[in-house]
Design a protein around this ligand. Structure first.
Ligand code: NAD
Ligand code: MG
Length: 298
């Protein structure tokens, strides 16, 4: 059985997919996607890189967050999973895989657009795992809208609440619990540098995530807490089929955009989060690790 350490050609490690046009209401269930994203269920092999760690992962029911949650459990961490209540079916799949590793899974459904929910989430993580030393903000909202006049104020605000405010609220609430050695990893995007014209709210939040993270990183390094960022490129997830992009473009998803000639699978994002959370990245602070198949970034 091959795993993430198998030496092979990255262009063909995962198939070049051409997903059929499909659409779900937000937030989208991964279990109803064609084809199903690869979270590393069969292939991610842990080697003890996060032994004994206690991690909070948002958006952990599906896509990149789910791949991170599974990888963290296989590396020896307990995981608190945040997701929306309507995503319970996807979350159950991930919880089962975490528990199969003999690790604790703490499930906390809730809406991160609300500050009170974010604070309650952090408390539930601390109570459920007996502490907290890793925060991974992966949850995100992306809704395509080609015309500025049609981008309503509610969407603009909800995108900022989900992608920026929630990270701020969660980090602030987590701080009193985080011992030196703790890590925070936030999720930006290629869109932080190359905003798609039909995703201006989303793309600008990702620029904010990068900037916010680099600022906070400088404050928290004095407490022995490291903050870093992962900036994914096109990755096959539920976000894309729940109004994230123009559904007519799905058959070409990631293929012409990325020099790799294909979209990433969520499992390919997970090692970046593992590296930035593990003590092996002890001197990496305020960095953005771009995982985008070769698209140039500043
Ligand atoms: P996904 O839909 O599988 O995951 C996003 C998750 O965000 C959802 O599962 C949901 O649990 C969570 N979420 C959204 N709104 C929420 C809310 N109000 N309250 C609580 N949780 C909420 O899609 P994904 O692609 O894995 O997205 C994960 C992150 O990766 C996002 O931040 C996204 O912006 C980023 N990203 C994705 C891509 C890509 O191509 N898929 C590229 C760059 C960045
Ligand atoms: Mg989901």
């Amino acid at each position: 059985m091959s795993d993430q350490y198998t030496f092979d050609d990255p262009r063909t490690r995962f198939p070049r997919i051409s997903p059929p046009v499909q659409q779900q209401p937000e937030p989208g269930l991964q279990s109803r996607m064609t084809p199903k994203p690869d979270l590393g269920e069969e292939s991610y092999r842990g080697t003890g890189r996060l032994t004994g760690r206690k991690a909070l992962v948002t958006g952990a029911d599906s896509g990149i967050g789910a791949a991170v949650a599974i990888a963290f459990a296989r590396e020896g961490a307990d995981v608190t999973l945040a997701y929306l209540p309507e995503e319970q079916e996807d979350a159950d799949h991930v919880i089962g895989l975490i528990e199969a590793e003999g690790r604790t899974a703490v499930a906390v459904p809730g809406d991160l657009r609300d500050a009170t929910s974010c604070r309650a989430l952090v408390q539930a993580a601390v109570d459920g795992m007996g502490g907290l030393d890793a925060v991974v903000n992966v949850a995100g909202k992306q809704v395509w809208q080609p015309r500025l006049e049609d981008l309503d104020d509610e969407q603009f605000e909800a995108t900022y609440r989900t992608n920026v405010f929630a990270a701020f609220w969660i980090i602030k609430a987590a701080l009193p619990h985080l011992p030196p050695g703790s890590t925070i990893v936030n999720t930006a995007s290629l869109e932080a540098y190359q905003p798609a014209p039909d995703r201006i709210d989303y793309a600008s939040t990702k620029g904010a995530v990068n900037n916010l993270s680099k600022g906070i990183a400088q404050q928290l390094v004095e407490r022995g807490i490291r903050v870093n960022v992962v900036a994914p490129g096109p990755t096959w997830t539920a976000l894309q089929v729940s109004r994230g992009v123009d559904p007519e473009t799905l058959p070409d998803f990631g293929a012409s955009e990325s020099p790799m000639g294909r979209a990433a699978q969520p499992v390919e994002q997970a090692p970046a989060y593992v590296f930035l959370t593990s003590a092996e990245s002890s001197f990496v602070v305020g960095a953005t690790l771009n995982v985008n198949g070769g698209m140039p970034t500043p």
